[in-house]
Design a protein around this ligand. Structure first.
Ligand SMILES: Nc1nc2c(ncn2[C@@H]2O[C@H](COP(=O)(O)OP(=O)(O)OP(=O)(O)O)[C@@H](O)[C@H]2O)c(=O)[nH]1
Ligand SMILES: [Mg+2]
Length: 303
């Protein structure tokens, strides 16, 4: 319950944004007609829901209301909530593999390093033995920032001097992972290099090194971190990184500070095959939650 309240708080700006718009639609409400559906669609689009997703929601709502002869605003909201759940729903993974490698990618400043600290803490609390690899060797002090997180989470880190080949860091970390029997290796990566093609080439190389040096007794997952405050821009980031990486999950950060949480619906509608694994709801180590579609929809849709 406490967690749910905390999550609700994190979505407060998105919720305000949504509910203010819904209120103004329902102020003129008489029945579910074209005028009402148009207004609802518009207000979704103004809440960072993509045009495609908004029109899908509108059509589903129209069908359902016609079929069930729905009239009251409360019934409509409850249907709207279910439609949103059906779009954003993803499975939560309750059991982790015995040996895991997580590659964490994303553009600069989205929250990769912070999220790795939170993830390490999250897995550590479930009695797993964690190693973090500081494969962002480009930005000055990146490894030191990660080291602070490793200290907070009380887990080991492998770091090398600035400018070291990040592939070499990851290679060494994999050796250590095998030798010392860690349950998780989490690799931080750079968000910015000299230019974008360098960044993508470096990530591809790190990715290849991981694939070459593990057998299938390891479960490798590639997570893309996205900053919710960039709204629908998240979609082009998924597209870009998908060109070079097989992304297994998304982590959406900074939901606590933005009204653009509606963009989550757009992302899930556009990339239904890529689940949202975690959400970031603040700057502290415990501000990470597994993404839960019911909680998300319940937090943003209410009167
Ligand atoms: N409010 C809030 N801030 C966050 C969250 N996650 C990260 N931040 C902040 O975002 C800023 C950037 O975080 P980093 O973890 O350094 O981001 P990064 O992706 O590693 O950045 P680069 O290494 O430069 O590419 C920091 O000030 C974090 O405290 C979140 O969920 N909520
Ligand atoms: Mg970083």
């Amino acid at each position: 319950m406490q967690l749910f309240n905390k999550l609700k708080e994190s979505f407060i700006k998105t919720k305000e944004n949504f509910s203010n718009k819904l209120k103004s639609i329902f102020a003129f409400f008489t029945k579910v007609d074209e005028d009402f559906l148009n207004r609802l669609e518009e207000s979704l689009i103004m809440s960072d829901v993509s045009v495609t997703a908004a029109s899908k929601i509108r059509e589903k709502l129209r069908e359902k209301c016609k079929y069930d002869n729905v009239q009251s605003p409360d019934e409509i909201l409850s249907i709207l909530k279910d439609i949103i759940i059906s779009i954003v729903d993803c499975e939560i993974e309750h059991n982790f593999a015995e040996k895991n490698i997580l590659l964490v990618a994303g553009i600069n400043g989205v929250g990769k390093t912070t999220t790795i600290g939170k993830l390490a803490n999250f897995y550590k609390n479930q009695e797993h033995k964690i190693l973090i690899a500081a494969a962002d060797t480009f930005r000055a002090a990146a490894a030191e920032q990660l080291e602070l997180w490793a200290k907070r989470a009380e887990c080991e880190i492998l770091k090398k001097p600035e400018g070291t080949d990040p592939g070499a860091v990851v290679f060494e970390a994999i050796e250590k992972l095998k030798r010392e029997n860690f349950d998780f290796l989490i690799c931080d990566t750079a968000g910015r290099l000299h230019n974008k093609s360098n960044l993508m080439a470096e990530l591809s190389k790190i990715n290849r090194i991981i694939d070459k040096n593990i057998d299938n007794s390891y479960k490798k997952s590639t997570f893309l971190v996205l900053d919710a405050s960039t709204g629908q821009n998240m979609m082009s980031q998924v597209e870009e990184f998908s060109k070079i990486l097989n992304i297994n999950g998304l982590i959406i950060t900074k939901l606590d500070g933005t009204a653009k949480g509606g963009a989550i619906i757009s992302v899930r509608e556009k990339f239904p095959e890529i689940p949202i694994k975690y959400i970031g709801t603040g700057e502290q180590i415990e501000d990470l939650s597994e993404f839960d579609s019911h909680q998300f929809a319940g937090s943003i849709i209410s009167r």
